[in-house]
Design a protein around this ligand. Structure first.
Ligand SMILES: [Zn+2]
Ligand SMILES: [Zn+2]
Ligand SMILES: [Zn+2]
Length: 428
């Protein structure tokens, strides 16, 4: 997530330099060479590769004389046909829709920035591009392909299609585009085109300064339905009902985690035999096949990451509730890790979609998704949203490090009181 940028008028960074938050150590801005042109080149390359990946075979499998070939969309379609439309939709969103929308919106924004008078909705389009970033999971999908391949290689003959290489190229070019592009460079370019001179508001000590969670602009919010003057995102002093929402989602994820482990995530149907497999069963199977590194990878992604995420969020919630003032920097780091690592748990879900899409050999072998997979996907999504709902600034508020927080709590508690503004500014 983008960080707040408190001083846009400060000394410009030299190339390769980055600015870090004094307090929690998060990187706020990196200076890059020619970010807009370079990332545009990578984005266009990624689009070409994506086109190729969509219309060429992905994997083909042959077993006892039968051959089936699958495309990238086959997994989602098969999940849907087998009655697991929610899983199919999730896989389609994370591997097709989100990356395609991101590529299209990047191209649009980066090209339009070259116009002398770019359209006004550019900032809104770029905002969606940033919001979709964590939901585009091509790199996770490719790891899942690797695991699925390892599971099938002993049982059948597998051929890797052109789409696989094209998809790997999409991943590389999309990551390169994201690395080349500092969102701040786009916001600054949008500001320049709109002749908006965004500097810090006059009163830097005002309790009503709000940092935009999307573009990082710091502005003075007039009321509580305020929107960012630059990107249009809703402005909040703190994410609304942060602690309550995070708690609710954490509890929901813990509940979902039980069926995710108890019910099979998939069932292999071969020659009339049904062999259900749970998440842990899949890990054990990999160990028995001697594939230790993959077993560790799957165990890490499907067991360690979700459990650590939930425990980590609970620790953050409790320490914030108690107003602990120790280890704030470490807790901030823990939060950033939780935010980044969550999506990797999707490996198991993607692997199931690939196996379901590829192994369609009639009586010889088919793979059916199971209820465990839906619950597990639920755990991953719910914990990702939980991490988004948690506002790490509350940890610093609770520790008494933000003098304006107390003033704001006072006026937020009773928004209808006429003395509201007075309360809010009493501390200025
Ligand atoms: Zn910070
Ligand atoms: Zn306020
Ligand atoms: Zn904004």
């Amino acid at each position: 997530m983008p960080r707040l940028r408190p001083d846009p008028s400060g000394a410009p960074l030299q190339l390769g330099e980055s600015a870090r938050c004094e307090r929690c150590g998060a990187t706020m801005v990196r200076a890059r060479t020619n970010p807009i042109d370079r990332s545009l080149a990578f984005v266009i390359a990624a689009i070409a590769m994506f086109g190729l990946a969509l219309f060429t075979p992905f994997l083909s499998i042959s077993m006892s004389g039968q051959e089936v070939s699958a495309e990238i969309v086959t997994g989602s379609i098969e999940l849907d046909l087998q009655g697991f439309w929610e899983l199919g939709l999730l896989v389609a969103i994370t591997t097709l829709f989100a990356p395609v929308i991101r590529l299209a919106s990047s191209t649009y924004v980066l090209l339009a920035l070259r116009l002398p008078r770019p359209p006004h909705h550019l900032a809104a389009v770029f905002r969606w591009n940033i919001l979709l970033r964590p939901w585009s999971m091509i790199e996770v999908y490719l790891i899942a392909v690797f695991v699925a391949y390892a599971k099938l290689i002993d049982l059948a003959q597998i051929e890797i299609g052109i789409a696989m290489f094209a998809f790997a190229a999409v991943m590389v070019t999309m990551s390169a585009a994201d690395m080349a592009l500092e969102p701040d460079a786009v916001w600054a370019a949008i500001d320049r085109r709109e002749h908006a001179h965004r500097t810090l508001p006059v009163d830097v000590n005002s309790a009503h300064l709000v940092g935009c969670e999307c573009c990082g602009l710091v502005s003075e919010a007039a009321d509580h339905d305020a929107h960012c003057p630059r990107c249009g995102a809703p402005l909040h002093h703190r994410k609304p009902d942060s602690l309550a929402r995070t708690w609710a989602l954490v509890i929901a994820a813990i509940i979902l985690y039980i069926p995710a482990n108890v019910y099979p995530v998939m069932t292999v149907v071969s020659l009339g035999n049904k062999m259900p497999a749970t998440i842990l069963g899949g890990v054990v199977e990999l160990i028995q096949a001697g594939m230790w590194p993959l077993a560790l990878l799957v165990f890490f992604a499907s067991v360690t990451v979700p459990v650590l995420k939930l425990l980590g969020l609970i620790a953050l919630l409790i320490s914030t509730y108690r107003g602990r003032s120790h280890g704030l920097r470490d807790r901030s780091r823990l939060y950033r890790i939780i935010e980044v690592i969550g999506r990797w748990s999707m490996i198991d879900v993607f692997m199931i979609s690939i196996l379901v899409g590829v192994v369609r050999l009639g009586n010889i072998a088919t793979i059916e998704p199971g209820l465990g997979a839906v619950s597990f996907a639920g755990v991953v999504i719910v914990t990702m949203i939980a991490a988004e709902c948690f506002d790490p600034r509350l940890m610093w508020d609770a520790a008494g490090q933000n003098p304006h927080a107390a003033a704001r709590t006072a006026h937020a508690e009773d928004p209808n009181t006429p003395t509201l503004a007075l309360n809010g500014h009493a501390y200025d």
